[in-house]
Design a protein around this ligand. Structure first.
Ligand code: SF4
Length: 407
């Protein structure tokens, strides 16, 4: 089901500059107090603004009813109350998956996915939003539509946070609350780490969104210095590693960042994080038929994670245009799960969600970007096939990394 929402910001035909006003959700109480003091306003108004942003989930200054009208125009002059406009909402899986396409002030498009999971024995109902940290992505994983789009820019802190506020607003309309936030949408979060950390701070701040750090998951495709920085900071949020292959030659192809930080270095950094925080690391493994689901892969994965404080999520590949691959059949996924369990590694098989609405990362934005010319698609497929065939022979990739990635 598709619902096209009335956009509060028109889609610019020729996007030029970004709106220079900072997004209000990126500001803490001290920032707001300083701004109010400059205007001769009392400091307690900072709390009123924060409540309007985080409990009221305001999108315009006019919704800030506790502020005097005279302050509304000052707020609008200095800040954007909302930095994203929902331009499209697609709903799938009988209402359990909602995908939002958001327009930024410079015309960039980003996506978030809101997933609803009913209560089960031992667990409450969950409402999880998967958010983007960059517009596009430089990592270029060939099974990912965002990777094909390439990198456009890092998101601002407020652009990250306003995806969460948009999801919370939709839930509130049905009397429900957001329970979990995962940084697994478009982009590599640890390549925009400062802003991701600011966003995590705002989300877990009791004076702002007040979500327990344990309900926040930050994923990475393996930016080792970023993982080590997270570990040094010590917050208790969950670390997820997008692993997808346990052998370096194959991971060089599936997760090109592996050419900079090989899989053993990534797992070593994740191990240190697990030891320091006492939190189990989640390993995501997208299963691609005949590519990373062989007996050799199962053996390599079991040996790599044996004895680790880890949990593996096996995810049959979501169908994505312009790849030569398809998802592993369920019996192959179950066979790999069995091998891991036999090695003492906890495993969950995750169903791909929202396939009919293009819920995989970047698919909606790719649709809006339009179909690339057929020869470009054909060359891409040939390159992926050649690289994976060489990887299956055990050859390491010699392709250079995309500029700016992994420095
Ligand atoms: S899977 Fe993640 S890291 Fe890889 S290209 Fe897509 S968004 Fe980037």
């Amino acid at each position: 089901m598709t619902a096209t929402l009335p956009a509060t910001v028109p889609i610019p035909r020729r996007p030029d500059a970004r709106d220079p006003r900072p997004g209000l959700s990126s500001l803490g109480e001290a920032d707001l107090r300083a701004w109010l003091a400059e205007r001769g306003e009392p400091g307690y108004r900072a709390r009123q603004i924060l409540r309007a942003v985080w409990q009221g989930l305001a999108t315009t200054s006019g919704e800030m009813r506790t502020l005097p009208r005279s302050l509304w125009s000052a707020v609008d002059g200095a800040f954007r109350v909302d930095t994203i406009a929902e331009t499209e909402l697609r709903i799938a899986d009988g209402g359990r998956t909602e995908k939002g396409l958001h327009l930024l002030s410079d015309g960039s498009l980003i996506e978030s996915v809101l997933m609803h999971d009913p209560a089960r024995a031992g667990s409450r109902e969950r409402h999880t939003v998967c958010i983007s940290s960059q517009a596009g992505c430089a990592v270029g994983c060939p099974f990912c539509a965002t990777g094909e789009l390439g990198f456009r820019r890092d998101l601002e802190t407020a652009e990250i946070l306003d995806q969460v506020r948009a999801a919370a607003r939709r839930l509130r309309a049905d009397g429900r609350r957001l329970t979990n936030v995962v940084f697994m949408g478009m982009g590599e979060p640890l390549l925009n780490l400062d802003r991701v950390l600011e966003a995590v701070t705002a989300l877990s701040d009791p004076a702002r969104f007040g979500l327990g750090a344990r309900h926040i998951t930050v994923s990475t495709s393996g930016v080792v210095p970023g993982i080590r920085r997270l570990t040094a900071l010590g917050p208790q949020f969950t670390l997820a590693i997008s692993l997808h292959a346990a052998r370096d030659p194959l991971r060089d192809v599936l997760v090109p960042l592996n050419r900079r930080w090989p899989v053993a270095e990534v797992v070593a950094a994740a191990r240190d994080h697990a030891r320091a925080t006492g939190r189990r690391v989640s390993y995501e493994y997208t299963m691609i038929s005949g590519v990373n689901d062989t007996d050799e892969d199962a053996h390599a994965l079991a040996e790599l994670l044996r004895g680790e404080l880890a949990h593996v999520n096996l995810i049959p590949m979501n169908p994505v245009a312009h790849t030569p691959w398809i998802a592993s059949p369920l019996w192959v996924v179950e066979r790999l799960a069995g091998r891991l369990r036999a090695a003492g590694i906890p495993v969950t098989i995750r169903r791909s969600r929202g396939q009919e609405i293009g819920a995989a990362c970047g698919q909606l934005a790719a649709e809006r970007a339009g179909e690339p010319p057929a020869p470009v698609v054909a060359r891409r497929r040939e390159r992926i096939v050649a690289a994976s065939v060489a990887a299956l022979r055990g050859e390491r990739s010699r392709e250079p990394l995309v500029a700016g990635m992994g420095e």
